[in-house]
Design a protein around this ligand. Structure first.
Ligand code: HEM
Ligand code: HEM
Length: 218
């Protein structure tokens, strides 16, 4: 049996770092650690921004254009599942939903306020009604994000039961090919993505993250 590299190093690291970030974002609020919440939020912002840029210049399977499928393709995929290199049609809708939910969570977070001492860096530029709306949506959207995560994990388990071990590929990057699948290189070296990520992270560290970071380490 031959194997093919389907997910490049950046997409895989992005995925698992995103999972860790969301856990930290949740627990930091639970523990009342708003500075840690902000720092984790800025980290997630750099992560998702790099993933979206990588969606234009990255590997074939990381491309945003590869996520566009007609609803018909989703039904076809459920009726007759085929082995594909990259996200399936239903999987692509799930990924797009995640991107939209995370961007909404980040944007509303930047305009939120804990009502005591800490304001998101954009809260000062908007009206108090907008801050209230952002707080409300930040809470509601997080609940929707949790449902999406539950649905996502359930779908991965169902695929596993049906004999498609997707998690292994998201960890190792490689997929075992079935007879008939062609073997062509679809991934790119991720160094450019890491360079963009480092630049965005540094920019955030020296601007918005400076204050919460100094609180965390004082
Ligand atoms: C994907 C990223 C994020 C996630 C998953 C997330 C999650 C959460 C959650 C679960 C809460 C608690 C809501 C509640 O009271 O029930 C919260 C509150 C808050 N978040 Fe985030 N957050 C994210 C990004 C951000 C960012 C980037 C900022 C600002 C830089 C931010 C600022 C805040 C503030 C100020 C609150 C407190 C609001 C209040 O006291 O009602 N969040 N966030
Ligand atoms: C906070 C929780 C999670 C979030 C927000 C999340 C989000 C995502 C996103 C955005 C992608 C698309 C990756 C990309 O193309 O950049 C993805 C794919 C994937 N995720 Fe998750 N995920 C979460 C948890 C999990 C967990 C716990 C597992 C393992 C059980 C998992 C397994 C996978 C797999 C296998 C794929 C690839 C699916 C495919 O082959 O099309 N995810 N996830």
């Amino acid at each position: 049996m031959t194997t093919l590299k389907v997910w490049d190093g950046f997409v895989r690291s992005f995925h698992w770092l995103l999972v860790i970030s969301i856990a930290v974002l949740y627990f930091s609020i639970d523990e009342g650690m708003i500075e840690l919440h902000f720092v984790a939020g800025f980290f997630t912002l750099a992560l998702i921004a790099t993933r979206l840029i990588w969606g234009f210049i990255g590997s074939k399977t990381a491309k945003l254009s590869a996520l566009i499928h007609s609803p018909k393709a989703v039904f076809k995929s459920f009726k007759k599942p085929t082995d594909i290199i990259g996200h399936s049609a239903p999987g692509s809708y799930m990924v797009l939903a995640f991107f939209a939910l995370i961007i909404t969570q980040l944007t509303t977070g930047l305009m939120s306020s804990d009502g005591i001492l800490t304001d998101g860096p954009l809260a000062q530029y908007v009206s108090s009604d907008t801050v209230d709306f952002a707080n409300w949506l930040h809470r509601l959207n997080f609940d929707i994000l949790l449902y999406a995560i539950g649905f996502h994990v359930l779908a991965i388990i169902i695929y596993r039961i049906k004999g498609k071990p997707l998690v292994k590929a998201m960890i190792t990057g490689s997929k075992d090919l079935t007879a008939g699948e062609s073997q062509t290189v679809v991934t790119k070296a991720p160094w450019l993505a890491w360079l963009i990520f480092a630049a965005l992270l540094l920019l955030l560290i020296f601007t918005w993250a400076k204050e919460p970071l100094s609180y965390l380490f004082s």
